[in-house]
Write a protein that binds this ligand. Structure first.
Ligand code: SF4
Length: 230
């Protein structure tokens, strides 16, 4: 294995460690979210390039024809394209700096991986999909019902995932996958145009009232960082 592949493998292992810490945390929290519930499966999902690498490999092995949908520049034109990452937001808040305004279109259309209410990449779906949970059916309330401590844990895990992938990018799921596919096809446009460079953790976003509960999980998440020193 060459150095680049070894480092990618280390980052993937660190990302999977974050997922396992999150799964442990969620054992203590009720969620009605299940496979085939697609209420929140819009094309506004964002992710990091490390998650894109995992999905990319899955697509090549299991669903090679899906690239047609993802690579179509016309697909989901109203998709959310973030201007900053979670670690950048944490830094802006800490430094009391101006925060770029994000605009999100609720009617952005379905996620391209949703077919007949089924996620075609469920096993490797991004963290954003795993962590968009609700205590009660969104269809009954019009939106998700989430405990504040779960939101804090979600942001914490997203900060660690970005740190693990600190040399990569964050962006819309479609844009990240198109970027990763760039060297294999004929697309000529600037594919990083709608991606944001990731940043290492500068400060964690944890409200005072959650610190005691969250601390043991931070200690576990530090184990992910140890796997990716470079
Ligand atoms: S990747 Fe899967 S779980 Fe995530 S929004 Fe798309 S269809 Fe839904």
């Amino acid at each position: 294995m060459n150095t680049a592949n070894y480092q990618l493998s280390q980052r993937i292992q660190a990302y999977l460690h974050v997922l396992s810490v999150y799964a442990t945390f969620m054992q203590n929290h009720v969620t009605v979210c299940r496979r085939y519930c697609s209420h929140c499966c819009t094309s506004n999902v964002t992710m990091s390039t490390i998650e894109g690498n995992i999905i990319n490999s899955y697509l090549q092995e299991h669903l090679p024809l899906y690239w047609r949908d993802i690579l179509n520049p016309e697909s989901n034109p109203k998709r959310f394209q973030p201007k900053m990452t979670i670690n950048q937001l944490a830094r802006y808040c800490y430094e009391d700096a101006d925060i770029p305004e994000e605009s999100i279109e609720p009617q952005s259309g379905e996620c391209p991986f949703l077919k007949n209410h089924e996620c075609m990449i469920y096993e490797v779906r991004p963290f954003a999909c795993r962590s968009f949970v609700s205590k009660e059916l969104c269809a009954d309330h019009g939106s998700a019902l989430v405990d504040p401590i779960v939101l804090t844990m979600n942001e914490l895990c997203m900060q660690y995932i970005e740190h693990i992938d600190r040399n990569g990018f964050t962006g819309n799921l479609i844009d990240v996958l198109r970027y990763l596919k760039r060297s294999e096809d004929v697309l000529q446009e600037n594919l990083t145009e709608h991606l944001v460079h990731n940043s290492p953790i500068h400060v964690l976003m944890i409200p005072n009232e959650h610190q005691q509960t969250i601390l043991p999980y931070i200690e576990q998440l530090q184990g992910s960082m140890a796997k990716t020193k470079k």
